[in-house]
Write a new protein. Sequence first.
Length: 260
Amino acid sequence: MSSPEIQALAAARARVGLVAFLIALAALAWWSTVRSMTGMDVSPSADLGTLGWFVGIWIVMMAAMMLPAVSPTVALYARMTQRSGAARPIAFTSGYLVVWGAAGVAAYGLFALGRHAAGARLAWHAGGRWLAGGVLLVAAVYELTPLKDVCLGKCRSPFGFLMGAWRDGVRGAFAMGSKHAAWCLGCCWALMGALFALGVMSVLWMAVVAALITIEKVLPWRRLAVWSTTLLLLALAVGVLAVPGSVPGFVVPSGGMAGM
């Protein structure tokens, strides 16, 4: 075997190892999330705790949910920078988690603001059910918007994104990861809103939303994936509004606030 062939084989093994490492990190994050949420209230009105605690849990959740979907992009980036070591792919992935961490802080702020401003008006038997169902309807409609289509296209075409947003060095890798994460946020923010409406502390709904995100980004049947997600969100919205007790895995709040 010639030297170029040996180098190519070594590079391929390194990329496989990187993907395996990301999947292992996601598995570890899932284990940590399940362990942290055991015994917690999983209804839409669940208390998010302190900001520091929530952000820590949120970042672990994002690692569990997003790393499988982003691993092909990171692997492609590693292939394009195969002589630069592991620092750049790590920086790329870190930029991804930082952007989603900031999104978690914003979500926490919206939750706290809504609780302070609306109070009892968002109790489940007041406006809570309508808020939760409305969030699910918005998420379903957003699936079919041009903005969703553009953002999903960026997520599904990593080579085009990397070539168009290329920056050299570790700082450039972090900037590229952040930019790609911003497209991902544009693609998935409504699905994350649906997670809040269904119960952000629910491991079951966290797994469902993570599966939907991965299916939309990775599987080749793009239109089928988007329409399937849309129909599921519509069905959940109708279920939460009409017969919430019949929605699998949905915990009807006994009191307090619901929704975002």
